[in-house]
Design a protein. Structure first.
Lengths: 334, 346
């Protein structure tokens, strides 16, 4: 099983979620974990829960973590010994296959760009995320993949084609979709829509025999599941993703609030109970673990700084799965 | 380290059987119902435990230590034949096994005593402990399934003289121990005192209980997740030599498929928890590597993970590296363990 380094200190030094998540993974799986943080505090946190010491190692780091608002370059100069930097260094040194962090995302990105080399034929790396979508028929993955969601604010056509290639091989290797459909997020389905970069990207993707291009995908088609992978530039991807999660939360809240108002609605909700319960995990952040950063030889997993222990546990499992199934050679050539 | 003391020339090791030596399934009704019909071949010992006890015996011979290996079981004597066969199969030479006579308890109408552990085990420990010669070091081995940490700590403190008979009586009353057994325990506790007799209490963790549960017992109680951790502590205490220690490692690797990284992680865990010195852990890892039981990569990974920590610690402390977490104090916090204990408890 792969070894996963875990930056336990995140942005505020609260290491309990990461430790509890790692402890839960050590009990349930064979994944080797290296916790990076202050040894004494880590051991105290481990003492509070059940864990398997055979699968957990600790690398002592006492330096303050990079704060949420610190400028990444300055923070990295200051914090070469912080938990985030040490976790990345463990990957470079070959101690761990990849790492999981709920640290400062800009610093995480800068570190990866500094310490990791890109995969062949990839010009830029991308942050990927999954989102719930409608699927037509059993056996299809209920989650779609969207990238980039914030790493590269503006992209050219070559970057977008690289993202398509990364998304394609990731979904093939990790989600086991045999022939994923790749969509290009745009304002209209016609090939000439969008700016020159999108038009050029459309042309390149259409001509690429290794990719099953589904054409342009409009915003409303994301949830309908017309593409397994949707590529876009970071700014757009980030806005879309957060809007999707926001809408999902609103839908759940509204349903709950409506049920409070009227006994008939309440009765209706009770009858729909198990159905609603089955839907809830679809909009819960914890279920999605974290966001893989695709394009480097290693694939780190980024988690939101407020991630609870179950989310971090899922992120560690995802990191192990990605390391095993989406190794350095997992990317198809562009 | 709590137990890092000069090795004694006379040592007694007292073992619990179920869940400590044997992997007995009494947590399910099916498992419980199967026990009377199991043969010695059906019994499964915990990984590494048989190699460890054989190693204790072999080391004692090589180092001229007088060793007694005793088992204390809550199983009825009717299971004795099978258990003795199993121990013989595992090559364990022992100096006695005590079984719990459940039939006698039933005949006397003491049905509550059938499941009771504290009174039974404590009185049996004290009964045998009275015959120990002065200067004998004792090591006790139990598990996290029932009350072994408490029973062993009570015994250790009675023997050490830090728990007098009044305090013991009060504790046993609060623990709802049968009055006759409590009285017997207090009687046996008289004139048993031998300072520093119980060196360590090892608690095997098949349930993976959170370690915070053992904090009130102090560093004398050593919760261990596998018998490599136990063996490492016994190596540091001089009860196992390297040959015997490497036999435990070889058994875990060959018979139980333990990987090299798992072994190194286990050593580092017991070191982090303050039961094994950093020097001891490093020495064991290097010697295992030199003798071919750990591949280079496992030791190298371990070394690499230390690089950052050592470098900063060296700068911060001007070359002085901390050895382990600070000792949590030797005394047992019985007030935390038995909240309603009387004023006699210090």
């Amino acid at each position: 099983m792969p070894t996963i380094a875990v930056d336990t200190m995140g942005v505020n030094g609260d290491l309990r979620p990461a430790v509890l998540g790692a402890a839960a993974v050590s009990i349930a799986t064979d994944i080797q974990i290296v916790l990076v943080g202050p040894t004494r505090d880590l051991q105290r946190a481990l003492d509070e829960t059940s864990y398997n010491p055979e699968l957990i190692d600790v690398v002592d780091v006492t330096e303050k973590p990079i704060g949420p608002t610190e400028a990444p370059d300055r923070a990295l100069r200051r914090g070469s010994g912080c938990s985030l930097a040490v976790a990345a260094r463990l990957v470079v040194d070959g101690v761990a296959e990849t790492f999981v962090s709920a640290g400062n995302p800009s610093a995480l990105w800068s570190l990866c760009a500094r310490d990791f080399s890109l995969r062949p034929n990839i010009s830029r790396a991308a942050v990927a995320a999954v989102y719930p979508r409608q699927v037509d028929g059993a056996g299809r993955d209920p989650l779609g993949l969207i990238l980039d969601v914030g790493a590269t604010v503006r992209c050219d056509a070559r970057d977008l084609v690289g993202f398509a290639s990364l998304g394609d091989s990731y979904v093939r290797c990790v989600s086991k979709v045999e022939s994923p459909r790749i969509g290009l997020l745009n304002m209209a389905t016609r090939a000439s829509a969008g700016g020159p970069e999108l038009v050029a990207a459309h042309r390149l993707l259409e001509r690429n025999p290794e990719i099953r291009f589904a054409g342009n995908v409009e915003g409303h088609e994301l949830a309908s599941g017309s593409a397994d992978v949707v590529v876009c530039e970071g700014l757009l991807g980030n806005v879309v993703l957060k809007m999707l999660y926001g809408l999902a939360e609103i839908a759940v809240d509204l349903t709950g609030a409506a049920a409070q108002r009227n006994w008939r609605w309440r009765a209706g909700m009770a009858m729909l109970g198990s159905g609603v319960e089955r839907l809830t995990p679809m909009v819960e952040y914890e279920a999605y673990a974290g966001s893989p950063i695709l394009g480097f030889q290693a694939t780190p997993i980024y988690c939101d700084p407020i991630s609870p222990a179950p989310a971090l546990a899922n992120a560690i499992k995802l990191a192990a799965k990605v390391s095993r199934d989406f190794g350095p050679s997992g990317s198809a050539a562009v | 380290m709590f137990g890092a003391v000069s090795p004694a020339k006379r040592v007694t090791v007292r073992w619990d059987l179920d869940k400590t030596y044997l992997h007995t399934e009494f947590d399910s009704f099916r498992g419980l119902a199967r026990i009377p019909f199991e043969s010695a071949q059906d019994k499964v010992s915990a990984p590494g435990v048989a190699a460890l006890i054989r190693g204790l015996r072999a080391t004692a011979r090589r180092r001229d230590i007088t060793l007694r290996v005793l088992f204390l079981s809550a199983s009825p004597p009717q299971l004795g034949k099978v258990i003795l066969e199993k121990l013989a199969m595992d090559g364990i030479e022992h100096d006695g096994i005590t079984f719990k006579d459940q039939w006698q308890r039933i005949r006397r109408g003491k049905f509550r005593d059938i499941r009771e552990q504290v009174g039974y085990k404590l009185t049996e420990l004290l009964r045998d402990g009275r015959n120990e010669k002065s200067g004998t070091a004792e090591y006790l081995f139990g598990d996290d399934w029932e009350s072994d940490p408490l029973i062993y700590s009570l015994y250790a403190d009675v023997v050490a003289g830090s728990l007098d008979r009044a305090a013991l009586r009060s504790l046993l009353t609060r623990l709802s121990v049968d009055r006759e057994l409590a009285a017997l325990a207090c009687e046996l506790a008289a004139n048993i005192q031998r300072e520093g007799a119980v060196r360590r209490i090892f608690i095997n963790l098949p349930r993976r209980s959170p370690l915070r549960r053992f904090r009130p017992y102090g560093l004398r109680v050593v919760p261990t997740f596998n018998y490599l951790q136990t063996a490492a502590c016994l190596y540091e205490d001089g009860l196992l030599d390297f040959t015997a220690f490497s036999d435990v490692v070889a058994d875990l690797r060959t018979a139980h498929a333990y990987g090299a990284v798992r072994l190194v992680n286990s050593l580092r865990d017991i070191e982090r928890r303050g039961h094994l010195s950093r020097a001891g852990a490093s020495e064991l890892a290097s010697r295992l590597h030199r003798s071919g039981l750990l591949p280079e990569y496992a030791v190298r990974r371990s070394r690499m993970r230390d690089v950052w920590a050592r470098f900063r610690a060296a700068l911060r402390r001007q070359g002085v590296l901390s050895q382990a977490m600070p000792a949590q104090g030797g005394g047992v916090d019985y007030k935390a363990l038995v909240p309603d204990a009387g004023e006699e408890i210090q």
